[in-house]
Design a protein around this ligand. Sequence first.
Ligand code: 5CA
Length: 446
Amino acid sequence: MRLTRYFLPVLKENPAEAQIASHRLMLRAGMIRQASAGIYSWLPLGFKVLSRLEQIVHEEQQRAGHIPLLMPTLQPADLWQESGRYNAYGPEMLRIRDRHERDMLYGPTNEEMITDIFRSAVSSYKELPLTLYHIQWKFRDEVRPRFGVMRGREFLMKDGYNFDLTMEDALHAYNRHLVSYLRTYERMGLQAFPMRADTGPIGGDYSHEFLVLAPTGESEVFYDSDATGLRFGDRDIDFTDRAALQQVYDDWTAIYARTDETHDEAVYAERVPEERRRTARAIEVGQIFYFGTKYSEPMKALVVNEQGERVPVHMGSHGIGVSRLVGALIEANHDDRGIIWPEGVTPFHVGIANLKQGDGAADAACDALYAGLKARGLDPLYDDRSERAGAKFATLDLIGLPWRITVGPRGLANGVVELTSRRTGESEEMSPEAAIDRVAQIYAKV
Ligand code: 5CA
C-alpha cells in the first residue's frame, strides 16, 4: 500500500478522552473512531489488525478440531426465557422490540442460540463430540465503557461451545480449548496465563481466565513468579491425545495464579515461597468454562446414549476477546513514540521511508523495493508522501510497523538502504536485495 492512496487519519495531538496508552495510540494512529460510548468504527489500519487476530483465532480453533459457523447478532428473547437468563441477565442486555412487537435482544453471548441449533439437529451420541464456534460482535450495555476497545459495549468475541456425552469428554474439550488458547496468544506475541476464575452470570463450576500482565489492566492477580517462565512454544500436539492435553493442563494449573475473585491467602502462603509471590494488574483476554448440563437440561438438548437413554449433553463455552486483544497487544507493546507490533499481528510487514520523494533514483529504488517485497508475499507500506524524514519516521513509529527500510540518495550512491528495528532502534545498512531477503526471512518464522 502506498500511504498517499491509503486512509490513515493520524492525530497530532493526544486525545483528551483517552486515559490509557492503547486507547490513546489507537486514536492517534487512526485505527478506530468512536461512534458513541463504547462503540467504535474500525478504520483501515485497525481493521487490518483485527482481521489478522481473527485469522489466527480461526487457524488455531480449526487446528484443535473446532468447527466455524456464524450466528446472528440479534436473538429472539424466547430462547433466553427457556434457559431462565432473560430476566437474570439484567441491564447489561440490550433489549429491542421489532415491528411485530416481538422481544429481541442484541446477543451478549450465544449459549442459548447454539443449544437451540444443536438440539434441532443432533439426537445421538454417535454425532458427538462436537465443538462449534463463531467470531461475532456482541453487545453488553456496560455501565462504564472505558479504555477504548478494552471495555466496549459492542465488541468482537470468539465464542465456542462444546457438546459432549460425558463430563470426562467435556473436560477433554476444556483442555483442548486451554491448549489452543495458549497457542493462539503466543502466536500473537502475547503471554497470557490461565488463572482460576469465577464463573459469573455464564454459570458452571470449572473456569479459567487468560490474563496478560499490564499495569493498566482491570483485574488484580496473584501468582507465583515461576508462571512467567512458562511457554507452550511450537511443540507438536495431537488434540485428540487426552493424556497429552491433560499434562499441559496439569503443568499450567499446578502453578499458583489467580485473580482477586478466587485468590486464597492461605493456599497462596502454603504453596508459594515468599520470594516468588507477585501481585500485579492484568487484562483478561479470554475465559473458558465447563458448565455441564446447565443449558442442555432446561433447553432439552438431549442425545440417546449407548444404553438407549435420552440424556442431556455436557457443555462448555469458551471466549476470546478479539477486539479487546488489539488494546491488550498495544498495552504490552508500546513506547513513548507509539505502538510496536509483534511480527505475528502487524498490519503491514515493513514500512518504506523515501527520504527524497521526487528524486528519480530514490523513487525508482523504493518502487523496486516495494515490488520485490510484494513478490515475496509481503505487505509493505510505502510512505511516498512529500514530507520530511522526521515526519515519515514519526508516522511509521506511531503506527508501530516492526521494520522500516529507509531509502535516501546518499545511501543509494553507495548501493545501500537502511533496515531499522522498531523495537530496538538498531539499524543496519545493506543492499536493497539483502533487505528484502532479511525481511522475508523474519516473516518466514512467524
Ligand atoms: N460465553 C462466554 C464464553 S464464550 C463468555 O461470554 N465469556 S466472557 O464473558 O468471559 O467473555 C469472553 C471474553 O470477551 C472476555 O474474556 C473478554 O476478553 C472479552 N470481553 C468481555 N466483555 C468485554 C467488553 N465489554 N469489551 C471488550 N471485550 C470484552
